[in-house]
Design a protein around this ligand. Sequence first.
Ligand SMILES: Cc1cc2nc3c(=O)[nH]c(=O)nc-3n(C[C@H](O)[C@H](O)[C@H](O)COP(=O)(O)OP(=O)(O)OC[C@H]3O[C@@H](n4cnc5c(N)ncnc54)[C@H](O)[C@@H]3O)c2cc1C
Length: 289
Amino acid sequence: MQIPPPFEYERATSIDHAIALLDRLGPEARLVAGGHSLLPMMKLRLARPEHLIDINDLDMAYVRVEGGEIRIGAMTRHRELLESAVAAEHYAIFGEAERVIADPIVRNRGTVGGSLCQADPSEDLSAVMSALGATVVLRSKNGERTVAAREFHLGPYETAVQPGEIVTEIRVPIRNRTGSAYQKVERRAGDWAIAASGVFVSLDAGTISDCGIGLTAVGVEHFCAPAAEDALRGQAPTEANIVAAAQLAADASNPSSDQRGPADYKRHLANELTARALRRAIARAQGGS
Ligand SMILES: Cc1cc2nc3c(=O)[nH]c(=O)nc-3n(C[C@H](O)[C@H](O)[C@H](O)COP(=O)(O)OP(=O)(O)OC[C@H]3O[C@@H](n4cnc5c(N)ncnc54)[C@H](O)[C@@H]3O)c2cc1C
């Protein structure tokens, strides 16, 4: 069935208005951003909100630097992040991940906030934000709070967003002498990942001073691989250390066999893609391409 059940429609004019509507309409109301996840779910009747609160008019589409962070508004479209010079200046991972998310039609409408809130286990930006140690900003009638991206995703399609809350912004710390990269294998152009790995590496005097490793579609908790990160911090950026960390990332994965491939193939990809992303990020941190 491709027709959604009936629903009432409200168009929010400000963040406060959206919050007031969420409060008044209660748990059967859902925010709609780009609609590229929610509307298909409604058409399949997997979601049956009684009210849709459209947040497309809200002033939440921007990528800017403030307070030593990149601040990305929740309504920023995938295309805007892909084309953002600010994002590209600090982290190549944004462009590399966005270029392989869906197709131009989806990227023109789908939003950064909607992607994170959908929390699909194969979602690319969740891995990117976990790798980068981003923070998610939420607002409700009780004020503002922040949640680490690594604590934002509680499980498949489950997030820390509470009833009455709206995600307004994602904040990513800016780091010096840092390189980043995203590596994804998909069945065909524009498809969801069979597996993907995104990393950042910061170097200080020839040593890895900090790093982040995010994975998607392979069943790692919170889209990240902390044991692999710990193994790299304080170490030299050598091939042996890269290979060992990539193995730890694969060990942290728990993929399922499905139409995208068998579990052992996905685990192999988690290993290989993490190694490739680390090599590329280290080269960038060292001032290479
Ligand atoms: C054909 C196709 C291919 C795709 N391929 C990929 C892919 O390869 N990789 C990938 O990562 N993604 C992919 N996607 C997913 C796409 O990126 C997401 O559907 C989209 O970005 C979700 O954002 P949206 O703005 O459309 O969210 P919506 O569909 O509007 O909302 C999704 C959910 O988030 C909630 N929500 C939205 N905004 C907020 C907010 N600010 N605060 C609180 N809750 C909010 C909504 O209530 C809803 O529950 C694909 C989608 C399609 C249709």
